[in-house]
Design a protein around this ligand. Structure first.
Ligand code: ZN
Length: 416
């Protein structure tokens, strides 16, 4: 313990605020696997400071943690990890190189919605409008408000039956740099809407409410300035010059109790207050409005290939965890059957790391949506956030099979 205190104080001295546009030449992503809980706690404290960019979160003993260091930071990062008996392996040896390779083609053709490449926010929004006008009997779109920087957030409802049919709420892109999330969510929207005759029974029994990109300012910033930006873009504390809060630490349920930071420069900054971020207020209100009919909530992140359920704020399990675990298993089986992609079904069961303020906890704990899941999409670290666009369609295909299983289950169990 004393060692830990000493190390932490050393680290606090060297900590600084992250450069909003880090120089990625020479940056690497290192992986360590803590095998003792004190190492895990140390890594959590290191993440909390906001000095290094954690690509994955310290979850549990035996689970890998991926940390990016810039060329400038790498010697200190190596030294700190080695001192803790952690042996880092180089997961991504040249972040700048990988980033250059995964940059979308800026062509006119690519400004039409497609899944051969990632898409900008306005392309996705215009596409939602065009779907609603082309398929008015299957889906409708509504503007639900504007982001901090003034971008419109849209919600697409897919369903051919009654308005009070059981519902599934799906969102993507809460963390800006997790590009595979909006890409996968839009892929699934496209399947449901353009092949609606294949899903006519499903769509007449349940309603899907979908928002593919709920952190639009952050997402736009990953296109314009910093591909690895995670948070929102609000002005939270101008004196420090650091912008944005972690929108998945900002939800008002056990807010900022654990696994979140009060440092505005941290990537896991909970924000100045619960629901300080206007985008999260808007999503919250859409869920609240439909709380009596919503049976499932799915929020898509990357990466790690995990299908997780609450609670995040405590290592206790919800009373009905077995129901959630069973449905997760069904969904993951269907997902894996497509391309063999392995997923881990996660809960707090074997996890000692908690993080409060997540949307899945709020959906279950406050809105009362029984089947609430956080899904971490591909991959397991080979490309991390810089997943090549050629993997969008395979990821979409397999994820859609899992989501359909959730849909069929909700239709069978709650359909009228
Ligand atoms: Zn995420």
């Amino acid at each position: 313990m004393r060692l830990l205190v000493v190390l932490l104080s050393v680290l606090l001295v060297v900590s600084g605020r992250p450069d909003p546009r880090p120089n990625l030449h020479g940056a690497q992503v290192l992986r360590v696997v803590p095998d003792a809980s004190w190492q895990l706690h140390y890594l959590m404290a290191l993440q909390m400071q906001g000095h290094y960019d954690f690509w994955t979160e310290p979850r549990a003993v035996g689970k890998p943690v991926d940390i990016m260091g810039t060329a400038f930071q790498l010697p200190a990062l190596h030294a700190a990890l080695t001192q803790l008996d952690l042996t880092p392996t180089v997961l991504i040896s040249n972040v700048a190189d990988l980033l250059a390779k995964s940059t979308p083609r800026n062509t006119e053709a690519n400004r039409q919605m497609n899944w051969d490449d990632y898409q900008e926010y306005d392309v996705i929004q215009e596409w939602l409008e065009s779907l609603a006008s082309e398929y008015p009997s299957v889906c409708r779109v509504e503007d639900i408000g504007t982001s901090y920087e003034g971008r419109t957030l849209k919600l697409l409802t897919i369903g051919t039956g009654a308005e009070d049919n059981p519902g599934i709420f799906i969102d993507g892109g809460i963390h800006a740099r997790e590009w595979i999330s909006p890409a996968t969510v839009t892929y699934m929207i496209n399947q449901l809407v353009t092949n609606s005759e294949m899903y006519s029974e499903l769509l007449s029994t349940i309603n899907f409410y979908i928002m593919p990109s709920i952190n639009p300012d952050g997402y736009a910033y990953t296109w314009s300035d910093d591909r690895l930006w995670r948070k929102t873009r609000s002005e939270t504390d101008s004196s420090l010059g650091c912008k944005g809060a972690d929108p998945n630490r900002n939800w008002g349920f056990h807010w900022n109790e654990v696994g979140a930071s009060s440092n505005p420069c941290s990537d896991i900054y909970a924000g100045p207050s619960p629901f300080s971020e206007v985008e999260m207020q808007l999503v919250r209100d859409e869920i609240s409005k439909r709380a009596s009919t919503l049976k499932a909530y799915l929020t898509f992140h990357s990466y790690s290939q995990l299908w997780m359920y609450p609670w995040g704020w405590t290592s206790d399990l919800p009373d009905d965890w077995k129901d959630l675990d069973d449905l997760a298993q069904t969904a993951v089986d269907a997902l894996t059957a497509v391309h063999g992609t392995q997923y881990e079904i996660g809960s707090s069961t074997n996890t000692i790391y908690a993080a409060a303020g997540g949307s899945d906890d709020w959906a279950k704990g406050v809105a009362g949506v029984k089947y609430s899941y956080t899904i971490e999409l591909r991959d397991t670290g080979l490309f991390g956030f810089l997943l090549p666009p050629s993997l969008i369609i395979p990821t979409g295909e397999e994820t859609f099979e899992g989501v359909k299983e959730v849909g069929y289950f909700i239709a069978r169990t709650y359909g009228k």
